[in-house]
Design a protein around this ligand. Sequence first.
Ligand SMILES: Cc1cc2nc3c(=O)[nH]c(=O)nc-3n(C[C@H](O)[C@H](O)[C@H](O)COP(=O)(O)O)c2cc1C
Length: 334
Amino acid sequence: MTADLTTRYLGLELSGPVIASAGPLTGSLENLRALEDAGAAAVVLPSLFEEDVIEEELHLADLLDDGEEFPEFASAPLSEAAADYVLGPERHVRLVERAKAALRIPVIASVNAVNPGGWERYATLLVDAGADAIELNMYAVAADPHESAALVEARKLDVVAAVRAAVSVPLAVKLSPFYTSVAHVAAAVVSQGADGLVLFNRFYAPDIDLGTLAVRPVLTLSESDDLRLPLRWLGILRPQLPTASLAASSGVHSGADVLKALLVGADVACTTSAVLRRGPGHVAAMLTELRAWLESNDYSSVRQLQGSMSAASVPDPAGFERAQYRTIVTTLGR
Ligand SMILES: Cc1cc2nc3c(=O)[nH]c(=O)nc-3n(C[C@H](O)[C@H](O)[C@H](O)COP(=O)(O)O)c2cc1C
């Protein structure tokens, strides 16, 4: 008997539990098609970053200003240049339109804004372009000593409520793990109207280049070990937020990783680093491994497995919390 891999995420019926999360591959139509062919059940397009939009709009304004000073160029060539120049939001809008036209699977658009009003404005543009759902990528570094955690969190919750009011498609919020109370923030985001949470965003800390004495950005792709932080929080949050969709993100590299995420309560597992390293076809290998495990362990479906090892279902839920730390440092580490 073939195991049924279908699942439900953000109210969307999906053919399977593996989603291609935002990253370079989901920014090209060719790779989006390859991801779909390999069995990705949905794709999240690269985030629309408001700073990029502003920079690109300023660049276009410069082009047009130059035209005013050189009227002989302004009429035809510069207006053509302006017409060809793909503006920040327009680039993302076109990608949504083209992805929707090319794919059968749901297309989720991601927004990372900075200014009040920006989040709703860009989310609305992307929904109008056909996005099946919106993911808010709330990546920010809270470095202002005058802003309390409560203030930072309240601002994020206002954004969620504003986008919720602006769009009617399902809404996911991609969270960072760096909160004093992840459980409180997660519940608050859901109570503001988010349909689901993506756990977690991956933070990239800068490095110092000793040759040039410059602060330089470093991209380190994840490993399977990075999944353990999402596993803990998925396991804890699943029974606390029974109606919210939960997606695992960070460290999903294999069918085994997908299985672990589903067992603790994820509806889907998202992957970026693994497909960047191994190519879009790796999704098919993950699904083959997942299917083989389900069948050899007598599971008829993904749904049968989902959440069966969350904190509410395991005999020792403390294993997700402090007790696990004590065991490791006092027993395993000595
Ligand atoms: C090169 C690169 C670009 C990414 N771009 C985005 C992005 O635009 N928006 C976003 O929300 N996440 C972005 N991510 C984060 C991924 O979507 C994902 O959450 C993270 O890489 C953890 O998953 P992984 O362990 O499967 O890589 C990016 C990751 C990488 C490696």
